[in-house]
Ligand binder design. Structure first.
Ligand code: URA
Length: 275
């Protein structure tokens, strides 16, 4: 006897389909053919993913070289940032170390935005900087672009309350939501690297050009960096596979780019499935 379809399940499937259409998916084909007659684990994948590091204890942090051109006024603060970051060996200690660093951004922001999600999830997402909503709530990606981010990742089974951890390059909101300066990015980079070393993710995702260019030390724009795996050598941890993708705020301004973001997320999903 045929079992009648579950209306809730049907509604959920239709919602997922709607989302994919909104993302620009207009055909049910992958970019490369897949042999679905073979077991999943041995499917050929056109993209090679750098191996995730074997878990190991967080080692002593070495201070990363500044990514060029730190403004003179920031030099003492940058040295102190490196020392504060290196001395932190837990998330709580790192949060306190960030809060202890004086910077003009700290003076204008309301709340420190440290992180959200599940640190043990193995997946760490890194954005640019808090906006007004994040500054009010003290949590990353809780505004309009955060809601899009949540929907995007939910469509590949990734939820911040269950299996992802989120942070930003800057822990303080730049006044008026302006783009962070190179000096501000350099100042907080030691904390981000320490954050990664403490969390020990198996996969990193950089959301947007600021995170991708700062941490991959690349001059290439996000449109060139996205869509492929990179490797980030994290002091005290080792190499971690990194996927760079478009920032959700950019996708809100350029909805046609959701097609590329969707391709990136499928790449991530495939790698998560293999891990
Ligand atoms: N944009 C970001 O990059 N991070 C946030 O937390 C919010 C918006």
């Amino acid at each position: 006897m045929d079992v009648p379809p579950d209306p809730d399940e049907t509604a959920a499937l239709l919602a997922a389909l709607d989302l994919q259409i909104a993302w620009g998916a207009d055909e049910a084909l992958e970019e490369a053919p897949q042999d679905r007659t073979r077991p999943r684990a041995v499917l050929a994948d056109p993209v090679s993913v750098p191996a995730a590091p074997a878990p190991r204890p967080v080692g002593p942090a070495t201070r990363p070289a500044p990514a060029g051109g730190a403004v003179a006024a920031f030099a003492p603060a940058a040295a102190r940032a490196g020392d504060l970051a290196a001395g932190a060996d837990s998330l709580e200690a790192l949060r306190e170390a960030i809060a202890a660093l004086d910077s003009p951004l700290k003076d204008t922001a309301s709340k420190l935005v440290f992180a959200d999600g599940v640190p043990e999830s193995g997946l760490m997402l890194i954005g640019e900087a808090p906006g007004a909503d994040e500054d009010r709530q003290g949590l990353p990606f809780v505004g309009v672009s955060g809601r899009l981010l949540d929907r995007m990742f939910e469509s590949i089974g990734v939820r911040r309350a269950e299996n992802a951890y989120l942070t930003n390059i800057l822990p303080w909101r730049p006044p008026g939501n302006r783009t962070p300066t190179d000096a501000e990015i350099n100042l907080f980079t030691p904390f981000v690297l320490r954050h990664i070393a403490i969390v020990r993710p198996r996969h990193l995702v950089f959301l947007g050009g600021t995170a991708a260019k700062a941490l991959l030390r690349s001059r290439e724009g996000i449109t060139r960096l996205r869509g492929r795996w990179h490797s980030l050598d994290v002091p005290g941890l080792g190499p971690v596979p990194v996927l760079a993708t478009l920032h959700p705020a950019y996708l809100l301004r350029q909805p046609s780019a959701k097609r590329e973001a969707w391709a990136d997320l499928r790449l991530l999903r495939r790698s998560l499935d293999r891990a």
